[in-house]
Design a protein around this ligand. Structure first.
Ligand code: ZN
Ligand code: ZN
Length: 363
C-alpha cells in the first residue's frame, strides 16, 4: 500500500494538485486496503486520511493501516476541514466517479471566501489517476488474480462437459456459480452469460429460460471474484455433433485469438493489438460481425485499464493484465467468442487462463 500511495503522490505532483479526493470504490480499496462500501480518501503529499461513517470506522482502522481514519457524520463538513488542515488550494476529485450532485455538495461545503477568484480552493476534475496505477499489477495482485482465474477455469471445466440437451441457460449459469463458490470464490464477478443458439448473437445476453438444443453453439462468459479481484473467461462449445458452419466460424475466432496472443507486444497501442485479431476475422469475411473491442484490462474491476480496442491509442505496458476475446456474431444463428486473460511481459503475453478449449482441428 505504501508503494501505491507513493506512486499516487508522484502523480499529484505531476498534475500540480495539493490533494486528491478518492471516491471510486475500487480506487479506494486499491490505495487503502479498506473493503467497505462507503468512504472517501483524502491524499496529500504528507497525509492520507480515510473519511468514513460509524458503520465502517472499526473495519477501516483494521484494514487501512497507512491511513488516519476520520469518523464522519451526515454532510460534508469534514471536507473543508481537511482542505484547510492541508492548506490545499488545488484539490482534485475523480471526474468519472463524482456525480453532479456530490460535486455541488462538496463545493457548497467549502467556505464562500474560498472561491477561485479570491485565491481560494479550486476543485479540479481528474480522470484515470488511480486507474493508471491499477493497470500495472504488482505480485500480490497477480497472485489474487490468478486465483480468481483458476476458480473460473475449474468451474468451466467441471460444468461444461455435463451439459445435456434440454438444460436451460439459467440452470447452467447456476451450476457454474455454485461451482465457483465451492472452489472459493466470493461470488461471480458479473452476471454469468449462457447464450445458446440465436441468443449467442447478443454478446451480452444473460442466461434465460431457453433450453439448449443439440448441435447449436453455446457461449458461456463468466468470472469469479476472489478477495476483490475479478476473472473473465469465455468458452464456446456445442452439445452434440458440430456442423460445418460452427467449425468454420469457431476456427476463425480461435485463429484470431491465437494471432493476438502470439503477436501482442508491450509498446503496441491497444488499437494495434486489436488489429492483430481483427485482421484474421476481416480476411475471413466477418469484419462486420466482430462489433466489440478485442479486450479490456481486468483487476479489481472486471473492466478497467488498459483499453484494448480499435479506438485505444495508449501503448500497452509490460505488467498489465487484460483479456483477449475476439468473437463472431451472426444474427439468427448465434455467436462464437473465446476469451482468455493474459499478463503482458517484457517481451510477450503470457496466458493466465487454462480452461479447456474445443479442439476442432481433426476435421
Ligand atoms: Zn467475458
Ligand atoms: Zn471480457
Amino acid at each position: 500500500m505504501g508503494r501505491r500511495l507513493g506512486a499516487l503522490r508522484a502523480a499529484l505532483k505531476d498534475r500540480k494538485l495539493d490533494a486528491l479526493l478518492v471516491s471510486n470504490p475500487e480506487n479506494r480499496r486499491y490505495l487503502s486496503g479498506f473493503t467497505g462500501s462507503a468512504g472517501f480518501l483524502f491524499v496529500t503529499p504528507e497525509e492520507a486520511v480515510l473519511a468514513t461513517d460509524f458503520r465502517y470506522v472499526e473495519q477501516a482502522g483494521r484494514q487501512a493501516l497507512a491511513f488516519r481514519v476520520l469518523r464522519t457524520a451526515a454532510g460534508y463538513d469534514w471536507f473543508p476541514r481537511l482542505v484547510a488542515e492541508a492548506r490545499a488550494q488545488r484539490v482534485g476529485f475523480e471526474g468519472d466517479a463524482v456525480t453532479v450532485a456530490l460535486h455541488g455538495q462538496l463545493r457548497k461545503a467549502l467556505p464562500k471566501a474560498a472561491s477561485v477568484d479570491r485565491g481560494g480552493v479550486r476543485l479540479v476534475a481528474t480522470t484515470g489517476m488511480v486507474e493508471g496505477l491499477r493497470a500495472l499489477k504488482d505480485p500480490e495482485e497477480l497472485r489474487l488474480l490468478q486465483r480468481a482465474i483458476d476458480i473460473a477455469d475449474q468451474a468451466m471445466d467441471r460444468v461444461v462437459p455435463a451439459i445435456r440437451p434440454g438444460d436451460t441457460e439459467a440452470q447452467v449459469a447456476w451450476r457454474l456459480e455454485v461451482a465457483m463458490r465451492e472452489l472459493g470464490a466470493e461470488g461471480p464477478s458479473f452476471d454469468t452469460i449462457v447464450a445458446s443458439g440465436p441468443n449467442g448473437a447478443l454478446p451480452h445476453h444473460r442466461a434465460g429460460d431457453r433450453a439448449i438444443q443439440e448441435g447449436e453453439p453455446v457461449v458461456v462468459d463468466m468470472g469469479a471474484r476472489y478477495q476483490g479481484y475479478c476473472s473473465d473467461l469465455t468458452r464456446t462449445f456445442v452439445v452434440g455433433p458440430v456442423d460445418e458452419t460452427f467449425r468454420r466460424i469457431y476456427t476463425t475466432v480461435l485463429r484470431a485469438q491465437e494471432a493476438a496472443l502470439a503477436q501482442v507486444r508491450p509498446g503496441m497501442t491497444g488499437a494495434e493489438a486489436d488489429g492483430l485479431a481483427r485482421k484474421v476475422i476481416e480476411e475471413a469475411g466477418h469484419g462486420d460481425h466482430f462489433g466489440h473491442s478485442l479486450g479490456h484490462g481486468v483487476g479489481l474491476a472486471v473492466h478497467e485499464h488498459p483499453r484494448v480496442g480499435p479506438n485505444a491509442p495508449e501503448p500497452l505496458r509490460a505488467g498489465s493484465v487484460f483479456t483477449v476475446e475476439p468473437g463472431i456474431y451472426l444474427s439468427g444463428w448465434g455467436g462464437v467468442r473465446i476469451e482468455d486473460v493474459v499478463l503482458l511481459g517484457a517481451r510477450v503475453a503470457r496466458p493466465l487462463s487454462k480452461a479447456k478449449k474445443l479442439g476442432l482441428t481433426g476435421g
